[in-house]
Unconditional design. Sequence first.
Length: 385
Amino acid sequence: MASTSDIYDVIVVGAGIEGSSTAYQLAKQGRHVLLLEQFPLPHARGSSHGQSRITRKAYGSKDFYTEMMKESYTLIEELETEAGQQLFVNCGCLILGDKDDEYVKDTESALIRHNVPHESFTSDGLRRRYPNMTTPDNFGFVLDKSGGILKADKILQAYQKLFVKYGGTLKDGEPMLDLYPGDIASVKTSKGVYRGRSVVLTLGPWAAKFLPHIGVKVPLQPLRITVCYWKENNPGEFDADKFPTFIQIHASGDHDIYGLPVDEYPGLVKICLHHGPNIDPDNRDNVDNCWVLDKITTCVAKLFPTLQHAPSVVETCIYTNTPDTDFILDTHPAMKNVVIGAGFSGHGFKLSPVVGKLLAELATGKSPSYDMTPFRIDRFFKHKL
């Protein structure tokens, strides 16, 4: 029989940004926590790698995310202090699209409603402010002045290092093979069996493969995202002190594009299609993504004529989408000490500080700090027999 010292308060499976944030929150509270990661760290096989992500406060009509983002900014500031390094670059986030587009209009309304500093302008205003952009005359623009760049890899490393500093145990290169329920749950890995009073599953794209095994058949779809970096023809014009992060709504049919100023690679601007082909995360490169490159190349040529018209660097990331693109943050329907964080749908990084707090609350029996209705598992099944 296992001794009390052999039993963790919480076992977190998956050391991407959501799992690492959760483990950090728990260890900071003095909990006895194990964080498991299937791959040797650091790695670039999931959704949390890379040096940068966009952050912003406005979320169109989804006010529940805007409320969460307010605290996310505060928690990133606290993390910067704890880690002793800059983790956020405040260069703004520009939302653009047809001036009658609902998302563009809802973004401006949300910024006003939540008293977030912002500016709105027409195509004439855009040309004066950002002459390196070319857009149709019928476009509208909303600049969220609170937005900018998150130093993604540094944030992930900060969470993991502070987790260990606060007494947590991190084991990488150790994939989970099975989960056995009970008042004390057991997690079987390639190297052993660990027991915990609760388990948090933050499996990234592998949630789509593992959750059905434990009876949670939620509609999760991993996508391969092609991350492209485009060279400036005029050095310096896309530096972060001159140019914001941006999201163009419906840039290519129903699909958005997004971009960040020069940050990761000297002279290269990161611009990507917010979509990609369906994949198996264990076989992610065996898929045709030529159509993605065709779409994003066409968009970049139209929007940024002073960038070179072919990417200089192409990398890969993975989204795990839900049908409504809202997260899953909930307990297992039958195993109440198993908590699931999944389906972050390409916009979870900026919210990871609050997601970690919420998953930690669920794992320790506390009342969540936010209304969890948008994130419940049963939303996918409540209208079905």
